[in-house]
Design a protein around this ligand. Structure first.
Ligand SMILES: [Zn+2]
Length: 286
């Protein structure tokens, strides 16, 4: 079991690592910009969604996708009237969210939770320019483009270094990978992630969000509060049913078949029903 879990972690790490991704995989990727609310835009390309604030103080981005996309991202920012980002916030360390850090960090300041820097430092040959220069422990306020930006750390959820970024005046929150819209989530148990922590983190954020908030998910299209609430309800319910079935000695293949029957589209993303069962199993068997 432990061996299986290790292999699973290695496979996922390879899938997320920027160095393992050939550049041509990104050649056809187009960066699509969408206005969210107030002064905030969202960029979609490959990897995690990017939040953007452009204004009098310059350009700020939340996450920066994969390294081969850095120049395309900067072009998209210029098309929105911005320039190379002055501030880069990382919601967490995964390569599909922090992969362009080395390019962005040559001209901008990268800011993250303490553990993002720790985990990037642990990656072999990660360029120094991609490391966060400013790190924080629990939360941080940034004042930029007439916006109060609250960066709030969520402990042991998707990883042990995740944050959400809340643009107070524009009424927009970037949830990072605590939100895979209408999909089973990836929870990186090998990097301090935790299934119950993931659920309680999202529930705690939800309790604070106004009804009319605009939500940028880590993965998936622009969302509202009801989307986040319904997604975390499914995460919670399926995690409980997987645990219950495992406890009763039910076969994994049957658990996966049930998930696919009851939630037919939820395993169509990065995390299939099989992977979701593996994550819950790994989480439970620690
Ligand atoms: Zn992630």
């Amino acid at each position: 079991m432990k061996h299986k879990y290790l292999l699973f972690t290695v496979l996922l790490t390879v899938a997320l690592s920027t160095s393992a991704a050939p550049a041509d995989r990104f050649a056809a990727v187009k960066i699509k910009a969408q206005h969210v609310s107030g002064s905030i835009h969202m960029l979609e390309g490959a990897g995690g969604n990017i939040g953007v604030s452009i204004g009098k103080d310059g350009t700020l981005i939340v996450d920066d996708q994969y390294a081969p996309l850095a120049e395309k991202i900067i072009t998209a920012l210029e098309e929105l009237g911005g320039d190379r980002p002055k501030l880069i916030l990382n919601t967490h360390f995964h390569g599909d969210h922090a992969g362009s850090n080395p390019q962005m960090g040559t001209t901008g300041t990268i800011i993250s939770h303490d553990n993002v820097r720790v985990r990037l430092l642990a990656e072999e040959d990660f360029p120094r320019s991609g490391l966060p220069l400013v790190t924080f422990d629990s939360d941080l306020n940034i004042h930029f483009n007439d916006e109060t930006i609250e960066v709030i750390h969520l402990p042991t959820g998707h990883t042990d270094g995740d944050s959400v970024v809340w643009f107070k005046e524009s009424n927009v929150i970037h949830m990072g990978d605590h939100f895979f819209k209408n999909r089973f989530p990836y929870i990186d148990i090998g990097s301090g992630g935790d299934v119950d922590g993931f659920v309680s983190n999202v529930e705690a954020v939800l309790a604070q969000l106004p009804e009319d908030i605009h939500i940028i998910p880590g993965h998936g299209s622009l969302s509202n509060r009801a989307d986040l609430a319904s997604t975390i309800a499914v995460v919670k319910a399926t995690a409980a049913s997987i645990r219950d079935a495992l406890e009763k000695g039910k076969d994994s293949a049957d658990i996966i078949a049930d998930l696919n029957k009851n939630y037919p589209t939820w395993g169509s993303g990065f995390i299939t029903a099989e992977r979701w069962v593996q994550i819950v199993k790994a989480d439970t068997s620690r």
